[in-house]
Design a protein around this ligand. Structure first.
Ligand code: FES
Ligand code: FES
Length: 158
């Protein structure tokens, strides 16, 4: 066992665990952050999608030993405005477009969508239909059409 420190949803956290424990289990089992879901554990289904330093990643495939003390991890729990409590525009759009069915994949879908819009902005452009092909998050309920509509609506408010 060893100690590992990082920033989670704006707050410094320290856990005591084996170096090869995957970050998803650190979040879910040790820290009680259950927004990132477990689907495959193999970086394929994207149900666990969260952000590391503002970019989408899949904590199921990252051992805690790879996370630095300065790394900022954001999960769906950290997406709303901390001060005002306002939901993120992407979360609002999800409600407006009634996207979720069973809901299992949706935290990951939202985090992937936010990262996608931010990536396009960093490149100095808006998202295009082609960008949606980069969203690889699997939805067993088939909510893909509403996801696209919601992401477009949210992007206009981000
Ligand atoms: S559980 Fe992380 S990608 Fe499937
Ligand atoms: S809403 Fe059920 S898996 Fe996506």
């Amino acid at each position: 066992m060893s100690q590992h420190t990082f920033v989670l949803n704006g707050e410094k956290v320290t856990v005591d665990t084996e170096a090869d424990t995957r970050l998803l289990w650190v979040l879910r089992d040790l820290l009680g952050i259950t927004g990132p879901k477990y689907g495959c554990g193999l970086d394929v289904c994207k149900a666990c999608t969260s952000h590391i330093n503002g970019k989408a990643f899949n904590p199921c495939s990252v051992p805690i030993s790879k996370i630095k003390a300065t790394d900022e991890i954001t999960t769906i729990e950290g997406l709303a405005d901390k001060k005002t409590g306002d939901l993120h525009p992407m979360q609002e759009a999800w409600l407006d477009y009634d996207v979720a069915q069973c809901g299992y994949c949706q935290p990951g879908q939202i985090m992937a969508a936010v990262a996608l819009v931010k990536k396009a902005r960093r490149e100095g452009r808006e998202i295009t239909d082609e960008d949606f092909d980069d969203l690889r998050n699997i939805c067993r309920c088939g909510t893909y059409f509403r996801i696209r509509e919601a992401v477009k609506a949210a992007a206009a408010k981000m």
